[in-house]
Ligand binder design. Sequence first.
Ligand code: FMN
Length: 348
Amino acid sequence: MKKLILSFYAWLDQRLLPIAAKHRLLANCYYALFNPHFRREQWATVAGRNHYRVYEASCQIASVILRRNLHRLEKGLSMSVRKPLFALDYIDETLSALQNYLQHTDAIDPVLLTYCHDVLQQYFAVTTWPTAAPQPAFFSTLQQQVRLHLPANSKGDSAAPKPYGARVRADISYPEFLQLCQQRCSTRNFLAKPVEQSILEQAVSAAAQAPSACNRQPFRYIAALSQPMLGKLAALPMGTVGYAHNIPAILAVVGDLSAYPFERDRHVIYIDASLANMQLMLALETLGLASCAINWPDIENYELKIGQLLALKPFERVVMLIAVGYPDPAGLVPHSEKKTPAELIQYV
Ligand SMILES: Cc1cc2nc3c(=O)[nH]c(=O)nc-3n(C[C@H](O)[C@H](O)[C@H](O)COP(=O)(O)O)c2cc1C
């Protein structure tokens, strides 16, 4: 019976597809009335926006707002022709986010607070405020509160913008970097050797250096290093058939849609997390490990299972899984021919 219903659904889908493809409104009807495959994404997006709005004063959302707005301030501060006054449309929001953040004394991150302090201090030091619109009272009240929470040794390197030439430079040549990229390959044969947390944390530290839209870094890694969680997680996605039993560690990369008040940013979790994942996978290679990205299918049934297994919130979405382990030197690796630069670049 189930087979019959499925084949009828497939038959109907084939007939509705060309109609839905004719016009945007018909496509909307097709997805609203017939095809349910975007519903999970819609729910996650709405749940994320609602969480952002309802919990705006929470430590988590305040830190999201701070990261985004501090980054915008830094951009303004770094312009070669800097405006005498800028950020008027979001400086108040930044200060109230800081005020909210400071309420959560048990959860304050001194690194974020130092960054906050240094950027805002520079901002208020270089902007010129007209007498008709005086500076918000940051220095008189908030800055003192911020300083109470800063670590005693925070007098060192400022977290405000500094010249490109003053940044740390890696002593890596292009041939060396290319070789590292060529060394990385999707590996599915691992040694039966556990993966240490400390190594994973080193790789995640490299992942954290990746760019992200407005520096929001809207993702986290959930690591399964031992049974029974490892086996349960490895068996979930479709792409681990034949080697699920042989994966020593799995990272679930989880995006957080509560970092955004608007739908327009709903794809950013996938972009930001993937940029970080690439750095993570290259870092793993330098640490003697190998990895394989594993597709996470957006299928209701699978979403329910992983949501329960990892206790995910409705606005959290799995971006992908990553199998990690020490590679078996004798294990075969697919060649996976790459495209050439000529195929990949178009000059316009
Ligand atoms: C987003 C993504 C999803 C992938 N999903 C799977 C998967 O489910 N199972 C798998 O064995 N490999 C998976 N891979 C690995 C690809 O097959 C592999 O990256 C590709 O063939 C190129 O090979 P290389 O990684 O060795 O360069 C995935 C890779 C990416 C980037």
